[in-house]
Ligand binder design. Structure first.
Ligand code: ATP
Length: 290
């Protein structure tokens, strides 16, 4: 069963481009990343999925249900953390989560207590007095408290400090283990690689591709830096080399190909230092954004 199935989805805001002809699917049980720079159209896609805005054309389904016609039914199965949230300032966190729990018919308080403890969120505080990160935690609580089948998170980590972020990822992995599908939008590529199985890449409103994180890495270039007694000009004249820089007795470049060729070349040098590194996911993605 597909948790999410989007087909040729287009949303224009008058003359402004939102998203154009976006298609992809998320399998039930996946942790799926949705990546793109600010303004790429991630929130537009999510809001269309949840029927908060209407598409210009195309269709979307969640668990086989039509996102427009069956929006109310879908909402019971979904937990959603918006990118930007506006809350009732006068409510305490406790009042807010009780309100959300009532909406979803959640009677048991254990999960609320456990999540607030693990995220270090004080339930007695007023929403108006919370920092951005603590407001985010309250939003996370509201998105998870009913143990939904599908969790949709729009830029969930902005404002969370690193320790809380780590705990939040552990919680998400546990939610995934109990069977929840997780759809995670972000412009921070390094955090997506920590948790997601596959990613969809969005650029200027259009899909660039969907790939497994493991494949992205397997197909990737290696980053090589060498310092040696003397490196003749244009010494590394091999195929598969890009971003070549040479200065003084150092050279650095990206390489994709048979590493033996590089080692054969290096054996002709008096090498002082050699680094062969996996590039960050950011660098792997860069060729999509050129
Ligand atoms: N209500 C709106 N009216 C007009 N244009 C909009 C509206 N909402 C979004 N857009 C435009 O649609 C495009 C996609 O925006 P969207 O917010 O979906 O991107 P995003 O990838 O979620 O980025 P961000 O992380 O900055 O929110 C942008 O060019 C944005 O300016």
């Amino acid at each position: 069963m597909k948790a999410i199935h989007i087909k040729n989805l287009t949303k224009n805001y008058g003359d402004h481009r939102g998203i154009e002809d976006v298609s992809f699917s998320v399998e039930e049980g996946e942790i799926f990343g949705f990546i793109g720079p600010n303004g790429a159209g991630k929130s537009t896609t999510i809001r269309t999925l949840l029927s908060l805005i209407r598409p210009t054309s195309g269709s979307a389904q969640i668990f086989g249900m039509d996102c427009i016609r069956q929006a109310a039914e879908i909402a019971k199965d979904v937990g959603y953390l918006p990118g930007e949230s506006v809350y009732y300032d006068n409510m305490t966190v406790r009042e807010l989560v009780n309100y959300a729990a009532d909406l979803y018919g959640v009677k048991n308080d254990d999960k609320i207590k456990e999540l607030s403890r693990r995220l270090s969120l004080d339930l007695s505080r007023k929403m108006a007095d919370l920092s951005l990160g603590n407001k985010k935690k309250a939003g996370i609580l509201c998105a998870l408290l009913h143990s939904p089948r599908l969790i949709i998170l729009d830029e969930p980590t902005s404002g969370l400090d690193p320790l809380v972020q780590q705990e939040f990822f552990t919680i998400l992995k546990e939610e995934n283990k109990r069977g929840a599908t997780i759809f995670f939008s972000s412009h921070v590529l390094s955090e997506v690689q920590k948790i997601c199985d596959r990613v969809a890449i969005l650029k200027e409103g259009k899909m660039v591709g969907v790939q497994k994180i493991s494949e992205l890495r397997a197909n990737s270039h290696k980053k090589i830096s060498v310092t040696a007694e003397k490196i003749p000009a244009g010494f590394f004249d091999l195929g598969g080399i890009t971003n070549y820089h040479q200065e003084g007795n150092g050279a650095s470049f990206m390489f994709m190909g048979n590493m033996g060729e590089i080692l054969a070349k290096l054996s002709a040098l008096e090498v002082h230092d050699l680094f062969i590194e996996e590039p960050a996911l950011e660098e792997i993605f860069m060729h999509y954004y050129r």
